[in-house]
Ligand binder design. Structure first.
Ligand SMILES: Nc1ncnc2c1ncn2[C@@H]1O[C@H](COP(=O)(O)OP(=O)(O)O)[C@@H](O)[C@H]1O
Ligand SMILES: [Mg+2]
Length: 354
């Protein structure tokens, strides 16, 4: 789904992990520029550092890199950091923008040696463009087809060695051949509250917000493991602090502010709660398919699947089973009902699975 068009309106906007128009400028200001400034994801950071600096040391073009994971966890930031670490220029495009192979051919033939090409939402790339990408990634070559029908000829065109960085919220939607052509794949995990505290402190420093320790703890806890949301909540809490108190953001101010924005104790927003409510009340805790659940809350299945579900699973509220989604004991309690005997306990949060 597009980062721009994904919101479900109303109060929920505060918690959507998708980028909103109002985020744009401030996100540019807050984006970490170097690997060392990038908080959390220690494994991804270390692996990436080895991949990049290994290639730099040998004078090779670094492998193509794929980032997958829910929105707002730092995929775009890392793409830009890769270019910065390599001292390379970055060209940015997205899967939906590459509808015709000609669009991609133009992009590829304009690359200069060592460039980073960033394709966001790469799972949405059209098939012919994707096939062109295979050859480009493997041999730094494209075959440009000239003419139509039996008279068509294909002209091979050399392109400059480059590093492709792809980002996707749905790695399962990538075809095998495309996935295989990335030398390095990183799955981004939700952030631990302590990591989000660091993100918040850094942002508060840049924005000049008087963020107290207990205020940071409170905001981090409610940010759904997502830096983008943490930064957005920080701004909302700052507004509240400026208007209703002396500007300092402590625990009491953070709590009062987040109450106004309908963000609950564990960071669930209205849509999350609607999903849990439907699962428990309309489907007696499931199992129920994701599309049925999405219809019940009036949302796109992709939003429920890519935005709500990963965090609900991570929070131990929802379990995926072969027969569908099931509410856990914690989910029943969270909506204020007594769990039935058949409700499963909290699933292992995916954060700790790997
Ligand atoms: N690890 C991080 N450290 C500090 N800030 C981060 C981190 N990851 C994300 N952010 C913040 O969150 C915002 C959204 O990150 P972004 O890279 O656009 O996420 P994605 O591309 O995965 O949706 C960034 O502008 C940045 O301010
Ligand atoms: Mg992004």
């Amino acid at each position: 789904m597009d980062e721009q068009d994904a919101s479900w309106g109303g109060d929920g906007v505060a918690l959507t992990p998708h980028r909103q128009p109002a985020d744009q400028d401030v996100e540019t200001t807050l984006r970490p520029r170097k690997l060392a400034e990038f908080v959390g994801q220690p494994r991804v950071r270390e692996q990436l550092e080895l991949v990049l600096h290994g290639a730099l040391k040998r004078g090779d073009q670094p492998d193509h890199v794929l980032f997958s994971g829910p929105p707002g966890l730092g995929k775009t930031s890392l793409a830009m950091i890769i270019a910065a670490e390599l001292g390379a220029a970055i060209r940015v495009t997205s899967g939906p923008a590459l509808e015709r192979p000609g669009d991609l051919a133009a992009m590829l033939s304009n690359l200069t040696e060592g460039d980073v090409l960033f394709i966001d939402e790469i799972h949405r790339i059209a098939r012919p463009a994707e096939e062109m990408l295979y050859l480009a990634m493997e041999d730094f070559r494209v075959d440009v087809v000239v003419g139509k029908g039996p008279g068509a000829t294909s002209i091979p065109l050399e392109i400059a060695p480059f590093t492709l960085v792809g980002a996707t919220t749905r790695s399962g939607a990538l075809t095998g051949p495309l996935r295989d052509r990335f030398g390095f794949t990183a799955h981004m995990e939700f952030y631990a509250p302590e990591e989000l505290e660091l993100v918040l402190r850094r942002s508060a420093g840049i924005l000049g917000v008087d963020l107290r320790d207990d205020g940071a703890v409170e905001i981090a806890r409610r940010s759904r493991g997502t830096p983008r949301i943490a930064n957005r909540l920080l701004r909302r809490v700052r507004d509240y602090a400026d208007v209703r108190s002396d500007g300092a953001v402590d625990r009491a101010v953070a709590r009062a502010a987040l109450e106004v924005y309908d963000v609950d104790e564990i960071g669930l927003d209205r849509l999350d709660r609607a999903v849990l409510g439907a699962l428990v009340r309309s489907f007696h805790g499931g199992p129920v398919g994701i599309s049925t659940l999405a219809v019940a809350v009036g949302e796109e299945p992709s939003t429920v699947e890519e935005v709500c579900e990963p965090y609900l699973v991570r929070a131990g509220m929802l379990a995926r089973t072969p027969r569908g989604r099931v509410a856990t004991v914690a989910a029943w309690r969270h909506v204020g009902l007594t769990p039935p005997d058949h409700a499963p306990g909290e699933p292992q949060p995916t954060l700790f699975e790997e």
